[in-house]
Design a protein around this ligand. Sequence first.
Ligand SMILES: [Mg+2]
Length: 144
Amino acid sequence: MKIGLDVHGVVDKYPDVFARLTKVLKGKGHEIIIITGRELCTELFDKLDTLGVAYNDVFSITSYHKRIGTHVTYKDGDPTQPLIAPPLWDRTKADFCKQEGVAVHFDDSLVYGKYFEEIDTQYILVNEGIAEVLRLILEGAVTL
Ligand SMILES: [Mg+2]
C-alpha cells in the first residue's frame, strides 16, 4: 500500500507519531511517500532526517511544476514561499495520488481535501484527535 504524508502541520507537528508510524509501516513493506509543497532541497531532506520519519520517496508540488514548465514565482524571493496559481497548486497532491495509486494521504489542509473527493485516495485530515488516536494505537493502548 502507498501512503502519503504532508510535512508541515503533519510530520513536523506530530513527529512522535509519524516517526513511529512510518517505521512500522515501512517495515511491513508499505511505501511511504512524502508529499509536500516545499521544493526538493537539502534543508527538506535534513528536516525529514531530524524528524526521524521513514520514507521511500518525496514528491514536491513546486519541483514537479518547475519540471513541467509551470510558471513559479516566490513571495518576496523566499524559496520556502513558492507561488503557483491556486487551483493548479491545490489539486496537485490529489492528481499525484491518483496517478500513483496512493491509498491514504495524511494532510492538515482543508484546501486540498475537496480534490480528493474525486479520487480513490482516502484523505485523512490530521488534527490533535487523529494524532492522539494514532498515538494510542502505536502505544498499544488500542489492540487491533
Ligand atoms: Mg501542511
